[in-house]
Design a protein around this ligand. Structure first.
Ligand SMILES: C[S@@+](CC[C@H](N)C(=O)[O-])C[C@H]1O[C@@H](n2cnc3c(N)ncnc32)[C@H](O)[C@@H]1O
Length: 252
């Protein structure tokens, strides 16, 4: 089955201006008062969740394992007039690709679950090596603890309309595998005049990781208490009811 990250134009179809603005507001709140100027996003993708930070005036750099996603990101950065350093890197080897440190190192877009829980810990250690003392580690993620409890199989996000009237529908079917991993089957349908004229299929293989494993590792590395918020809007709910969260913690 095709990998969505090999098709960055399709990946970008569903990212709306509304989401862009929501993330911008989210970052304004999360980063306020934290003395952050330089940011590295180590799962930059095509930059949807990171360009809002460049617009807010932060000096942004990015890395990602996928060359096609980075090529699209570079094209978008040029169009937007942002000078963003982009490097191809696996976040489990991040420090070997950067010789400077940053005020904040992020992983956006729930990217960490692409690797196993023990490799998430490895990635956190690599992110830590790239953070200036007193700086910040930030990631966002689906709430895998809640997802494992729910075992909902079918998710149907709101359809998205293109300028030419094409309606893009999306259905996700989650397979809960015996080894604890989750395969998300993604089907997009393209419809005009109440007729589907095209479909495509993708699969993501994900490794749920628990927030407790992250908390323990951050504690071991000496980080101060992690702030956890829903993404991208701030609704105060118990953690078990948050579908997608971000965590931000300060390096000693
Ligand atoms: C859901 S996308 C998020 C991209 C972007 N942050 C956004 O929100 O639009 C997940 C990204 O993680 C990247 N990724 C997956 N495994 C990775 C790894 N081991 N190291 C670095 N990036 C990885 C993928 O290539 C993809 O661009």
């Amino acid at each position: 089955m095709a990998d969505l990250y090999d098709f960055p134009d399709i990946y970008d179809e569903r990212f709306t201006d509304g989401a862009h603005q929501a993330y911008k507001q989210h970052y304004e709140k999360m980063l306020a008062g934290k003395n952050i100027h330089t940011i590295l996003d180590c799962s930059f993708g095509t930059g949807n969740l990171t360009f809002p930070l460049a617009e807010l005036g932060y000096q942004v750099s990015g890395s990602d394992i996928s060359a096609p996603m980075l090529e699209k990101a570079a094209e978008k950065a040029r169009d937007k007039g942002f000078g963003i350093k982009l490097v191809q890197s696996d976040f489990r080897e991040l420090s070997s690709h950067f010789d400077q440190t940053f005020d904040c190192v992020m992983s956006t877009g729930s990217a960490l679950a692409h690797v196993t829980e023990s490799d998430v810990i490895k990635a956190l250690r690599e992110m830590d090596k790239c953070i200036t003392p007193g700086g910040w580690l930030y990631y966002d993620s689906r709430n895998w603890d809640a997802a494992r409890e729910n075992t909902n199989r079918f998710i149907v996000p709101q359809p998205f309309y293109q300028e030419d009237g094409t309606r893009i529908g999306c259905v996700q079917v989650w397979d809960y595998n015996a080894d604890g991993t989750i395969t998300i089957n993604i089907v997009h349908s393209y419809e005009r005049d109440r007729r589907i004229f095209h479909t495509n299929n993708f699969q993501e293989h994900l490794n749920p990781f628990s927030i407790d494993a992250v908390r323990s590792e951050l504690e071991r590395m000496g980080y101060s208490q992690a702030e956890i918020k829903p993404c991208p809007w701030f609704e105060d709910k118990p953690f078990s009811e948050i579908g997608w969260y971000c965590l931000m913690a300060q390096k000693p």
